[in-house]
Design a protein around this ligand. Structure first.
Ligand code: PRP
Length: 212
């Protein structure tokens, strides 16, 4: 029997694409898996266990070895700088991090306020630009902040651009492109290398085929 594998999957917008990729790579997962309220799904035939995690928490589960493998956005990996191996760019859920705000407004005043759920990325970015800022940490609906005068700018994910547009905001600068990555716990990688390498190979094959 294969070694067992525990995989932390991110609930939410990445989930469906990630599950499709896994299925195309030969992992026989359930249809409509995200509809369940169960947090741990067992696939004994394949000796796989899937954990349904919040996207921001996937890296924590993998770093602590609660999951051998996880799927996490590059945004989360940049923000959290954790002790995990990033082994494969899955190319799914492409989006980017950008600075945005109300149109025709200056950031000129001393220490403008930047609302974000990526305090580390935002601080690093503005430090590199030589700008002193104040971070306002929020957990979601970041676009609210400039609308109600809480912040001068936001640093947030742009995917289709709809949220910015529908809230009358504009993009000022792009910071970095983001896709989802396969991450691995370093100890699991040593102990279960055959199984993990096999997964990386089959996912890579699907990614290459999809790229053609
Ligand atoms: C993300 C992001 C933006 C939005 C961008 O939020 O924070 O708000 O998606 O997508 P768009 O460019 O396609 O409009 P998410 O929906 O994950 O929820 P959140 O606001 O709670 O973070």
């Amino acid at each position: 029997m294969n070694e067992s594998l525990t995989i932390a999957m991110p609930k939410g917008r990445i989930f469906e694409e990630a599950a499709e990729l896994m299925k195309a790579a030969g992992y026989d997962l359930l249809e409509n898996m995200e509809e369940t309220r169960k947090l741990i799904l067992q696939f004994p035939d394949q000796n796989i266990q899937i954990m349904m995690a919040k996207p921001m928490d996937v890296v924590t589960y993998v770093e602590h070895g609660a999951a051998d493998i996880g799927i996490a956005g590059k945004d989360v990996l940049l923000e959290q700088d954790r002790d995990v191996y990033e082994v494969l760019d899955l190319g799914i859920s492409p989006c980017y991090l950008a600075v945005a705000g109300l149109p025709d407004t200056q950031m000129g005043k001393i220490a403008p306020k930047i609302a974000t759920k990526y305090p580390q990325i935002a601080s690093d970015y503005f430090r590199e630009q030589g700008e002193q800022i104040e971070i306002i940490s929020l957990n979601g609906s970041i676009e609210l902040a400039p609308l109600i005068g809480l912040a001068d700018r936001i640093v947030d994910i742009v995917s289709t651009g709809r949220t910015l547009k529908e809230n009358g905001l504009v993009e000022y600068e792009k910071i970095v492109d983001v896709t989802s990555r396969l991450i691995v716990n370093p100890v699991s990688y040593r102990l279960k290398s055959a199984r993990i390498d096999e997964m990386v190979r089959s996912l890579s094959r699907v990614i290459e085929e999809n790229a053609v």
